[in-house]
Design a protein around this ligand. Structure first.
Ligand SMILES: [Zn+2]
Length: 130
């Protein structure tokens, strides 16, 4: 399953961060998932909960933020957000606007359960593949 390997990548990244900052317990993992990333948030949450079951990460919540698709027209420079795949610029009608956001899949930050040690956010834009 596609989401399972992504969930595993998330766990790997988070464990690295935990080791680096000597963190024992996490509260929340904040994840950004683009609408074009072909990831189903519910599937990802499920896979994640399966992976962390009976581990030290058990109980950690996965907070998934869906990133809308953002396009920029290459002809007139108009930037716009779209719910669906956009084939043309709504301002000038030029075809094939460039997708600027919506494909990302990254760990934005992790929140530590123990407030004594708050690590800085994970490296943004960590590409997990799609
Ligand atoms: Zn345009």
């Amino acid at each position: 399953m596609h989401e399972m390997s992504i969930a595993q990548s998330i766990v790997d990244i988070v464990r690295e961060e935990m080791a680096r900052y000597d963190v024992k317990k996490l509260e929340v993992i904040n994840l950004a998932v683009g609408k074009m990333s072909a990831v189903v948030p519910q599937h990802l949450s499920f896979c994640f909960s399966v992976l962390i079951d009976k581990t030290d990460l058990e109980g950690t919540r996965l907070n998934i933020r869906e990133v809308p698709m953002n396009y920029r027209c290459q002809a007139c420079g108009h930037g716009f957000e779209a719910e669906q795949v956009a084939l043309a610029c709504p301002a000038c009608g030029e075809e094939a606007p460039r997708l600027e956001h919506g494909r990302e899949l990254s760990v934005e930050s992790i929140e530590v359960a123990d407030l004594d040690a708050a690590p800085p956010p994970a490296q943004p834009a960590e590409d997990l593949g799609s």
